[in-house]
Design a protein around this ligand. Structure first.
Ligand code: SME
Length: 162
């Protein structure tokens, strides 16, 4: 597909996700390299929603290691069970955090970050990747984000990882 996103200018968040996801699916279906696909997904999410920070951490042994992202520089390694990302890995489920200050063990890569959603992706029942989205506003994510971002991570579960 052409390397241009078509998004509704005045759409609701749900309408933007509905326009975005099929385009992301088309974009990644023609490419087998995981890093290339993650880089484009981070850019697409940033372009669509203007997120403060959006990116990926990949499981490597007992740690998550920073992958493609858009936004300010971030911590490179997160231990299993640590922070919001490590908790999503340990609990094998999405973490929706309306106020990061209220999340025990939250890792503050940036003091500007106020709310956060972290969504895991699975291979053979194990987490191999998490998507982390941070906002500089409190309570900026809800079940709509969770539903569509989980669908997006589901697309990556079907792709090869090399
Ligand atoms: N806040 C995350 C760390 C990653 S950065 O926000 C990009 C956490 O608590 O896991």
């Amino acid at each position: 597909m052409a390397e241009t996103l078509f998004l509704p200018q005045a759409g609701s968040k749900e309408e933007i996700y509905q326009a975005l996801l099929p385009q992301v699916e088309a974009l990644i279906s023609g490419e087998q390299d995981l890093v290339a696909n993650l880089a484009n997904i981070a850019a697409a999410l940033r372009e669509a929603f203007g997120f403060f920070w959006v990116g990926f951490y990949a499981v490597q042994g007992q740690e998550l290691v920073l992958g493609p992202f858009q936004g300010p520089i971030a911590c490179t390694r997160i231990a299993y069970g640590r922070g919001v990302c490590g908790t999503a890995w340990k609990e094998k489920k999405t973490q929706l955090v309306p106020d990061v200050e209220a999340f025990p063990g939250h890792i503050a890569c940036s003091s500007a970050s106020k709310s956060e959603i972290v969504v895991p992706a699975f291979k053979a029942g194990e987490v191999f990747l998490v998507l982390d989205v941070d906002s500089d506003r409190l309570d900026d994510f809800d079940e709509v984000d969770q539903r569509y971002l989980e669908a997006l991570m589901g697309m990556l579960e079907k792709t090869r990882t090399t």
